[in-house]
Design a binder for this molecule. Structure first.
Ligand SMILES: Cc1cc2nc3c(=O)[nH]c(=O)nc-3n(C[C@H](O)[C@H](O)[C@H](O)COP(=O)(O)OP(=O)(O)OC[C@H]3O[C@@H](n4cnc5c(N)ncnc54)[C@H](O)[C@@H]3O)c2cc1C
Length: 430
């Protein structure tokens, strides 16, 4: 077991890294350094650098439902509460939804209605009239929409939550290395045991334990991970509203048609209403290795593919038609770390004498767990075995566990994955 005074390095100042720094300091670890390649926190390259992320408790799988219930209780505590908004989650399909989306919605609804703590907050909605009665601001036709509203759920202002935990951990004595001082090139090993890290500017920093929390960049720092984790992205875009429009839409639930995507109540500071079409996502596969990596630089990801744009406009047409033709601003592809079964990886890296821990595989649903992720790392470090006791969060063996279709196999994803190179804007038509 690593001593509480031992030097621990966390690589990555995004959601998993900051939560780990918080829980370790709260539990008496006194020598923690976080290395983050961006010059600021919230880091622009973090998947959580965003206005909002859905915090919904119902999963098809009770394991994650129970964890989210714990996370929501922590979202309501002093450090996190300013960033949690329990607006409810309007979860539906439109009349054109494919069978897979309808089946997934049904499983989510059943999960919510089965859970004694969530069930009292669930309102089934069979048609447009029921939806519009609950959300008076909506004047769309909601063609064929049906589903439910879950008032137990809400969203978190993720960028602000990252900032709050950054300040809290800094005040508690965690050291932060940012920008060129925090950009880690490699974990440094001696006889199979990590001795620390080297930054891309060539500086070595010693540590007894290195915790790698670089999200979609996992394969760069821990190449052994291979294709257990692939860098994948979904697009987001925003509509810039007037002050009056923002005011009128305050309090609307997160509104999600599984076949069209979702949006959130507008952010009162920026007047931005965020839209995300979801879908199978985009990979950036290196044809030589078969591993998908995050593209270099933020600028290359600063767009929304045309099909996604048409889809979010359809979503607005169904719900808030006055916004459907508005310009879309602040568009980007947001990169996360996907696993083929959607389970996180929270485990020691094999053959490192337990000197390196990998936190990755958030699979696009990890932010809701932000207040509690670090407690899982503490449990791992203090557990009796040098292996993750929760089988589904273990390092996955390379052979036979990964699947070819990263978009389609996970039930809650709709659509196939495409390659980043094939969705470039203004790509000349052949
Ligand atoms: C479009 C989109 C929508 C999402 N919606 C939701 C949602 O509604 N609900 C939900 O729960 N989750 C959602 N997620 C997932 C959520 O954002 C992630 O689960 C979460 O951000 C994962 O945290 P992380 O720390 O693993 O990665 P990140 O937050 O991406 O952090 C990784 C950090 O590592 C840093 N880094 C990378 N390489 C290096 C290096 N070499 N040296 C130093 N630092 C480095 C990066 O700069 C970054 O700051 C969504 C994700 C996307 C992309």
């Amino acid at each position: 077991m690593v001593a509480k005074s031992s030097p621990i390095i966390i690589i990555g100042g995004g959601a998993f890294g900051l939560s780990t720094a918080l829980h370790l300091t709260q539990n008496g670890y006194t020598n923690i350094s976080v290395f983050e390649k961006d010059t600021q926190i919230p880091p622009r390259s973090s998947a959580a650098n965003d206005l909002n992320k859905i915090v919904r408790a119902e999963y098809e799988d009770p394991f994650y439902t129970d964890l989210t219930i714990k996370a929501i209780a922590t979202w309501k505590t002093a450090l996190f509460a300013p960033h949690f908004h329990q607006t409810g989650f309007l979860h539906c399909v439109s009349g054109n939804a494919p069978a897979k989306a309808i089946a997934t919605l049904k499983r989510f609804q059943e999960s919510a209605e089965r859970h004694p703590q969530i069930q009292p907050h669930v309102v089934p909605l069979t048609d447009k009239t029921a939806i519009r009665e609950l959300c008076w601001q909506y004047d769309g036709q909601f063609p064929g929409w049906n589903g439910y509203l879950n008032r137990f759920d809400g969203y978190a202002h993720s960028a602000n939550a990252l900032k709050a935990v950054y300040h809290a951990t800094q005040a508690a004595g965690v050291r932060f290395f940012l920008g060129q001082h925090g950009d880690v090139a490699e974990v440094v090993y001696e006889n199979g045991t990590s001795r620390g890290i080297r930054t891309s500017s060539g500086r070595f920093h010693a540590a007894e334990l290195v915790i790698v929390a670089v999200g979609a960049a996992a394969a760069k720092i821990v190449p052994e991970v291979g294709d257990q984790v692939v860098a994948k992205s979904w697009s987001v875009a925003h509509v810039h509203l007037t002050d009056e429009e923002t005011s009128a839409l305050r309090g609307i639930p997160i509104t999600y048609a599984r076949d069209l995507g979702f949006f959130f109540e507008p952010d009162p500071k920026t007047n931005l209403l965020k839209l995300c079409p979801m879908g199978g996502g985009y990979l950036n596969t290196d044809p030589r290795t078969g591993v998908s990596h995050v593209p270099e630089g933020l600028a290359s990801s600063a767009f929304m593919p045309l099909d996604d744009e048409l889809q979010v406009r359809r979503l607005l047409q169904h719900t808030l038609p006055a916004l459907a033709e508005r310009p879309l601003v602040q568009k980007w592809l947001c990169w996360f770390a996907d696993t083929s079964d959607s389970d996180f990886i929270i485990d020691y890296v094999p053959n490192t004498s337990s000197s390196v821990v990998l936190l990755s595989g958030d699979s696009g649903h990890g932010f809701k767990m932000f207040p509690i992720v670090g407690s899982w790392v503490k449990d791992l470090l203090e557990g009796p075995q040098r292996q993750q006791p929760i089988a589904r969060w273990r390092w996955k063996s390379q052979k036979g566990q990964t699947k070819a279709n990263w978009g389609g196999d996970v039930s809650w994803r709709l659509g196939e994955s495409k390659e980043f190179k094939d969705i470039q804007p203004n790509k000349p038509k052949l």
